[in-house]
Every structure is written in C-alpha cells, then in structure tokens.
Design a protein around this ligand. Structure first.
Ligand code: C2E
Ligand code: MG
Ligand code: MG
Ligand code: MG
Length: 292
C-alpha cells in the first residue's frame, strides 16, 4: 500500500513538474518577446554623498513596461528566467543600455557613474570579461570607470578563484564592483576578503530598523568598521527618512540611497533631480557637528 501511495505521489509530482515546466517555457517566450519588442526600461535611483549633497551615482533598475499590466518591478519577472540563457541576454541588454545612458548624460554635460545589478549566473560565465570588454568597446565614448557592477552578497558563487579572476580582469578594464545586500548572506566575510569589491552596500533591512533595533544598529556599525578596516566604501541602502540619514552620518556613513532621498526615476528625470535636490537640514547640522 505504501508503495502504491508512493507511486501515486510520484505521478502527481510528475504532472506538477510538467505543468510548471510548460509555464516556464511560456514565461521565457513572453519575456524574450518583451526584450525584442523593447518593453524593458531602466529606471535610475540616485546615490548621494549625504555630507555634501552631491550625486555620486545612480543604480540602474530594470522595469517591464507591460502593454496590458503597466510597469512591472523586477521581482515580478526576473525570477521566471533565472537559470535560463535569456537571463544572460537581458543582463547584456541592461549593461548596454546603461552604457548608452552614461554616454547620453555625458553628452548633456552630466557625468553620472551608473551601477548595474549582475546575476551570479551571468558573472560566472567563462566569457564574462570578454563580453564586457566588447560591450565597453561598443561605447568608446564611455569611461569604463563610470560603470559599476553590483553582485548580490547572497549569490552562491561556486568557484571563488574563477570569480575573483574574472572580477580582477574587469577591474583592469576600469570597471568597479559592489557587494549588494551586504550582511544578508552566509559569505559576507569570505567575499569581503577574497573579492576585489570597492563598495559594500549595506542591506536595507539593517538600515530600516537601526533606529529601533539595537542588534541591527550593531550589525550596521560592524559593517562600517569592516569597510574601514578593509579600505572599502560603505553605502547605506534603504534610507527612508531624514532621521536615518542623520544617524548614519553620526556613525560615519556618508554614502546613501533610498526613498528618503529619491525613488528610482526615468533617465530623463535624473539631471533635473540632481540640480534641484538639497539634503534635509538635519544633515547639514550633522555636517557642522562633524567639522567642529
Ligand atoms: P537591489 O539591487 O538591492 O535594489 C534596491 C531595491 O530596493 C530596488 O527595488 C529599489 O527600488 C528598492 N529601494 C530603494 N530604496 C528603497 C527604500 O528606501 N525602501 C525600500 N523599501 N525599497 C527601496 P527594485 O527595483 O524592485 O529591485 C529589486 C531587486 O531586483 C534589486 O535589488 C536587484 O537585486 C534586482 N534587480 C533590479 N534590476 C535588475 C537588473 O537589471 N538585473 C538583475 N540581475 N537584477 C536586478
Ligand atoms: Mg543593487
Ligand atoms: Mg540591495
Ligand atoms: Mg535587494
């Protein structure tokens, strides 16, 4: 009897597997069509130096301008193509589009370093560095140092020696790296020690709760200490209020990104935003305190 149940279960599982495989084929086909139809867009979220109020860069974030459903966030469609070759094509489209945007802004007299999110799957391709080189060569007007690649600290990088070599090859071209969502994975310290990353992006969960949760504050302080010890830059993600920024400045963290500064916006809006934005007065107070 147990055997029969087992067999039935296997059968049910099989049918589900089959359904989800078919569903996946359909989403991959839909997303491939969307890519070809030019329905993906990049929005850009400013990163600032809270001390000076200067724009220090922008993070490119993909959106799908769906003809019926409207603007879709990456969480709604990127997982569908994870582990599929199409994810590489989308990743290359993102890098190419970001490079074109850096060039377009530069032509308008605005220099904006742009960071792009890169999946571990993409970064671990044997030809990643060569393909990046080709993309950079397609945009000779763009200084490679204006491109930064963000790699999730939670990503399971299988062959550290290989990934580290790829990242070093990219770094030689001038491209920088950041560890994204730093502190949320199991490999923070190993990655920090072994990978040539300039920037640690402190995950927004620690930043969001640092004002009320002493443990999150302790983690945040720990990461800031690590950044100093390792000669890396710390950037706080998810700065949602002036109070968050003020506290971060007191802790010595000056680089930040978050809804309290600006939401991700279309490329055309960024230069105007950068001209108009001034930091909240509390941050200026922090500045005076700091100088004294
Ligand atoms: P991420 O790289 O950590 O990007 C930050 C995410 O947090 C963005 O969500 C951003 O809109 C959101 N965010 C920014 N400030 C705040 C804040 O103050 N509060 C809160 N609650 N959220 C804030 P988004 O655009 O939905 O992207 C989600 C994730 O999708 C990104 O997380 C990144 O891992 C991934 N992603 C986005 N674009 C791409 C892409 O082009 N390629 C790849 N591979 N992944 C991407
Ligand atoms: Mg990111
Ligand atoms: Mg992040
Ligand atoms: Mg994230």
């Amino acid at each position: 009897e147990a055997k029969l149940a087992g067999k039935n279960r296997y059968h049910v599982f099989d049918a589900e597997q089959e359904r989800s495989t078919r569903g996946r084929h359909q989403s991959v086909a839909r997303l491939r069509r969307a890519l070809l139809a030019g329905e993906f867009v990049l929005h850009y979220q400013p990163k600032v130096d809270m001390r000076s109020g200067r724009l220090i860069g922008a993070e490119a974030l993909i959106r799908w301008q769906h003809p019926e459903l409207g603007m879709l966030l990456p969480g709604a469609f990127l997982p569908e193509i994870e582990h599929h070759a199409l994810a590489i094509d989308v990743g290359e489209w993102v890098i190419d589009t970001a490079l074109a945007q850096i060039g377009a802004w530069a032509a308008d007299g605005v220099v904006v370093p742009v960071s792009v999110n890169i999946s571990a799957q993409h970064l671990q391709r044997v030809d990643f560095a060569e393909r990046l080189q080709a993309l950079l060569q397609a945009h000779p007007e763009v200084e490679p140092a204006l491109l930064e690649l963000e790699v999730l600290e939670t990503s399971a990088l299988e062959d550290m020696a290989h990934v580290s070599a790829v990242m070093k090859a990219c770094a030689r071209m001038g491209v920088g790296f950041a560890l994204d969502d730093f502190g949320t994975g199991y490999s923070s310290l190993t990655y920090l020690k072994r990978l040539p990353v300039k920037v640690l992006k402190i995950d927004q969960s620690f930043v969001r709760d640092m004002l009320d949760d002493p443990e999150d504050l302790a983690i945040l302080q720990g990461v800031l200490g690590l950044a100093v010890a390792f000669g890396r830059i710390a950037l706080a993600e998810g700065v949602e209020s002036a109070a968050h920024g003020e506290r971060l400045l007191q802790l010595g963290c000056t680089q930040a990104q978050g809804y309290g500064i600006a939401r991700p916006m279309p490329a055309a809006a960024l230069p105007g935003w950068a001209r108009a934005w001034t930091p909240p007065p509390q941050w200026a107070a922090g500045r005076i305190l700091d100088a004294a």
